[in-house]
Ligand binder design. Structure first.
Ligand code: ADP
Length: 517
């Protein structure tokens, strides 16, 4: 039994709840990454680690808390077994020793329980025997593991696991657009054109090679504009290029699909070709996009939380349309920018979303900025609704998405992509603190310790945006609503003040007294 440690801001009369206990057991977790999430799990009072995919890594190499030596840039996730083409924004390079690392005791490998009744026939099994090595209550797994094991495993009533089985419906670039187009058409059919315009947040996109001919027609209608070509399932800016002439793409097509005749792969790689946003909003002459964190605990009913914090990622070089081949100008991925010749690791290339919101409000006015953030809420909800009926809903699964949103010079947000494994590696102290709070509060929302009432609208930095319908805010704190009135303001605080620790203390106290009565 580990040492009793209190959950910050909370003390129950029930000592089990202070330590993180399910029934008569401690909470046992597995984690396949060696970055901030592992530090969060290891620091969680009473939670006990059982070996996962990381158990082969020496303890001294685990964790990524920034040390003095680490300055910036994407650092490593430790997800060595991750396939390169699954739409992730995880990167991999340096592993920073964690000050919090604990040695892992070697134990017997996990025995896989085979579900003989088919995947959807969950059974409520008896509680996991105490200290039965290899079993877990919470698993931060990678997608590859889930794909390989999900169809053949039983999950106990209380178990929680990262990722929904077919998360790629939203996180592969081609499928995301396909699903959005379908819901848009359905909305137009059922509710009319005006309502369908609320889907006007993704740039015109075609899948290649399957929609090549439709793309060519569209290309000819809009001669001179810039298009961006992206592999549907790659990440970190890999394989992306911009073009203006059809010749560029026909040359690429020949080169790209040539290897097929050499039988080096079975099918041509799927790409998306997308209208390039030529008028991005610039700050200091540089382009940026915004990372937004969204937590989905259930698709049916749809339950969505939005995290207040996040960041803007800037390109390192001033924006210009003169050099469309220069990825340092046009791609804002940190993985790309950190390789720029004049990249300054001390300065980095990030702003917090709070900083961004303040700057934009001062420059463009509160009303315009409030409207822009409301449009981001719309992007989140519409995109999730577009896959709501397709995702295999499972009460054991949750997903933390990283949305990439680009603002144009009219302050209109565009959805660029959605990541199922947003990078959880810290690029500096501020980034570490953001991710530590984000992930700690994610565990608070999931509430395996059963300390909350289940009716909370805000838990730390997460605000409940949607619960089978929009959630209305109780107050507006420092983020003033567009029309100056608090009536029917959505419970959305992206980029707003995040006094998460104070708020946690309050809700735990409230929950305690509600539970008592
Ligand atoms: P990846 O998954 O490889 O990161 P993204 O789709 O996120 O691919 O694109 C990488 C970067 O390219 C984005 O962060 C953004 O800066 C830029 N980008 C992508 N699509 C567009 C677009 N349609 N218009 C303008 N910039 C874009």
């Amino acid at each position: 039994m580990s040492k009793v440690a209190r959950i910050p801001g909370y003390q129950s009369k029930n000592p089990k709840q202070n330590r993180g206990i399910i029934g008569d057991r401690e909470i046992r977790y597995k984690c396949s990454l060696q970055n901030v999430i592992l530090d969060v799990l290891r620091g969680r009072p009473g939670w006990t680690e059982v070996p996962g995919q990381n158990s082969q890594v020496p303890a001294a190499q685990q964790g990524t808390r920034p040390s003095n030596q680490q300055t910036s840039g994407q650092t490593q996730t430790g997800n060595q077994s991750r396939p390169s083409n699954t739409g992730s924004s995880q990167s991999s390079n340096i592993i920073i020793p964690s000050r919090f690392s604990r040695p892992i005791q070697p134990v017997a490998p996990q025995a896989t329980q085979v579900n003989t009744q088919g995947r959807l026939g969950f059974q409520s099994l008896p509680p996991i025997p105490r200290n039965s090595d290899g079993d877990w209550d919470f698993y931060w797994c990678d997608r590859e593991w889930l794909h390989q094991n999900y169809d053949t495993m039983f999950l106990h009533e209380h178990q929680k696991i990262l990722h929904f089985r077919n998360h790629y419906e939203l996180t592969r670039k081609n499928l995301m657009v396909k699903n959005l187009k379908r819901l848009r058409k359905q909305t137009e059919r059922e509710q009319g054109k005006t309502e369908a315009q609320s889907f006007d947040f993704y740039p015109t996109t075609y899948e290649l090679p399957s929609e090549y001919h439709i793309f060519v027609e569209e290309f000819k209608k809009n001669l001179g504009i810039i298009w961006i070509m992206k592999p549907a399932a790659k990440s970190q800016g890999k394989g992306i290029f911009l073009f203006r002439r059809l010749k560029d793409i026909t040359d690429w097509k020949k080169g790209e699909y040539q290897p097929l005749s050499d039988q080096t792969r079975d099918v041509p790689e799927t790409y998306v070709v997308q209208r390039y946003i030529e008028n991005p909003l610039l700050i200091g002459g540089r382009k940026f996009d915004v990372r937004v964190y969204v937590l989905v605990c259930s698709y049916n009913p749809l339950k969505v939380w939005l995290y207040r914090g996040g960041f803007a990622r800037f390109s390192n070089t001033r924006f210009s349309l003169d050099s469309i081949e220069d990825t340092y100008v046009h791609l804002t991925n940190v993985a790309v920018q950190k390789n720029a010749p004049d990249y300054d690791p001390e300065k980095g290339c990030k702003w917090s979303t709070q900083q961004l919101r303040k700057y934009l409000a001062a420059k463009h006015g509160v009303d315009k900025v409030q409207k822009m953030f409301k449009s981001i809420d719309n992007i989140i909800i519409k995109s999730l609704q577009s896959v709501q009926k397709i995702i295999i809903n499972d009460k054991h699964c949750f997903e933390m998405y990283g949305y990439d949103v680009l603002l144009d010079s009219d302050l209109k947000p565009w959805l660029i992509e959605i990541n199922a494994s947003p990078s959880l590696t810290a690029s500096g102290k501020e980034d570490y603190d953001l991710k530590f709070g984000l992930l700690s509060d994610l565990l608070n929302v999931l509430d395996l310790e059963n300390r909350l009432t289940g009716k909370e609208k805000r838990i730390g930095g997460w605000d409940l945006l949607w619960d089978d319908g929009p959630i209305v805010a109780d107050d507006n704190m420092d983020c003033t609503p567009a029309n100056g009135s608090a009536v029917s303001t959505p419970n959305s605080y992206l980029g707003c003040f995040n006094d998460r620790k104070k708020q946690l203390r309050e809700i735990y106290l409230t929950a305690q007294s509600v539970k008592k009565s």
